[in-house]
Design a protein around this ligand. Structure first.
Ligand SMILES: [Zn+2]
Length: 445
């Protein structure tokens, strides 16, 4: 009897030790949060159909599909509506607190909320923000700055430098667009960053040459937003290259790092009901996700979380046209596009022939009526040209849209690395923020 009790106690003891070990193993040293802005569930499906090679009747998986673990509710805490904007959702991810639309890491009383990036910095970790929008846009802003409105874009740019811990700006690696907001007549933030030991780069070649022993990096690759992936010239880095360089520099810190990477313009394409640009930006984001996952798989001490802040456009793959419901989404035509409507419009401004430029960019077939109406559009009116082009492409491919704004649908949640199992299931966006905070607030090593 005595022996049995001892044996049981021993077994229990071992179990406790075993679970402590696995608890410890579940705390990653590094956290990478990747936000596809506006990347709703129908965008994930559209992109998988676009990437499928058609060799069998079972779709090929995307980089995302391997890591699906749940879904996320994104509603804000806003008197005027229950559909979130990017600022409120990014604040939820950055601070674990729900707030009103437009708020940049302040609560509903406009009180400053500490972010996971700031906490990481306080704990001696390195920190990074990467985006294809201007870096002072809502999503990255919510991790490093605090203001009552996302529209305060100069104030946000200033805070990227002015918000400091131990006399150092809170973000060690800053990569994206927005040079016009940083190198200004009234204030040159670029030289201010340089005086704090940041290496400054402004094109792809310079970024490629950055050595991993440089600890602080500011890269601004466009006056405002970076070009869409399919439209970029050879001077503009991809989101994947920016992610790779950020990880390279940040991972030198033995205490670990926090990095947020945003595929910023999936959302903008959704607002424009522009399916071609949605696919372009998804390709950019997927490659960045692969870069992060490849690092995490080798490193074994990095948690990668991939999700969206909300869906945009009410994208539907299927459309009722001329009173008929079509059981067909025109992905094959979308596969023929070489660049986006932005470049088509730019080229049409030179050639003066919008219909011809659309045909050069893709294998679209246009009727005589369509050619006539395209060539009637005033090419100096960017908004109208963009709208007309996207409506035509959407109709030809049976792509449906319900809004030019956001929708309230849940977004997908993907994760890989230590701790990822603890996030499985349906989550509120604030839970994701709270979870990251719990990992970063405790000592990793
Ligand atoms: Zn957004």
């Amino acid at each position: 009897m005595k022996k049995l009790v001892v044996l049981i106690l021993l077994l229990i003891g071992q179990q406790v030790v075993a679970s402590e070990v696995s608890e410890h193993e579940k705390k990653p040293k590094n956290v990478i949060l990747m936000i596809g802005d506006g990347m709703g569930p129908s965008v994930m499906k559209a992109y998988r159909m676009y990437k499928d090679n058609g060799e069998s009747n079972v779709e090929n998986k995307t980089e995302f599909d391997h890591y699906l673990i749940g879904s996320v509710n994104t509603n804000p805490n806003d008197r005027d509506g229950n559909i979130t904007d990017s600022a409120a959702s990014a604040t939820a991810y950055a601070t674990g607190i729900k707030t009103y639309n437009g708020a940049i890491s302040v609560d509903i009383n406009q009180k400053r909320l500490e972010t996971v990036l700031e906490i990481a910095k306080k704990h001696g970790k390195s920190t990074g923000l990467v985006a294809t929008s201007e870096i002072n846009h809502a999503t990255p802003a919510a991790f490093a700055t605090h203001t009552d409105s996302r529209r305060n874009k100069l104030e946000i740019a200033n805070q990227f430098y002015d918000n400091q811990i131990n006399n150092q700006p809170v973000t060690d690696v800053i990569l994206g667009g927005g040079l016009d907001f940083f190198a200004r007549q009234d204030r040159n933030l670029v030289s201010a960053f340089q005086s704090k030991g940041y290496q400054f780069v402004s094109n792809k070649t310079q970024l490629e040459k950055v050595k991993s022993d440089s600890k602080k990096l500011l890269g601004l690759f466009a006056p405002v937003a970076m070009a869409k992936k399919w439209d970029r010239d050879e001077n503009t880095p991809s989101l994947s290259l920016m992610t790779d360089k950020a990880i390279d520099v940040l991972s030198r810190n033995p205490k670990g790092f926090f990095l947020m990477v945003e595929g910023s313009q999936i959302d903008w394409a959704g607002h424009g009901n522009d399916i071609v640009s949605v696919l372009s930006e998804m390709e950019d984001f997927e490659a960045a996700v692969k870069t992060a996952m490849d690092f995490a798989r080798k490193d074994k001490n990095t948690l990668v979380i991939v999700t969206a802040d909300h869906a945009t456009g009410g994208l539907s793959l299927g459309l009722k046209a001329d009173g008929k419901a079509y059981y067909q989404w025109g992905v094959e035509l979308l596969k023929t596009f070489k660049y986006t409507p932005f470049k088509i419009i730019e080229l049409a401004k030179h050639s003066g022939n919008l219909a011809e430029e659309l045909k050069k960019a893709s294998q679209i077939k246009l009727t005589a009526d369509e050619i006539t109406s395209l060539n009637k559009v005033d090419l100096t009116d960017d908004r109208t040209v963009y709208y007309v082009l996207n409506q035509l492409i959407s109709n030809k491919t049976y792509t449906g849209w319900t809004t030019s704004g956001h929708t309230a649908v849940d977004v997908n949640l993907y994760a890989f690395g230590p701790g990822s199992n603890q996030l499985a299931g349906h989550r509120d966006n604030t839970e994701i923020g709270q979870f990251i905070m719990s990992l970063i607030s405790t000592k990793g090593e």
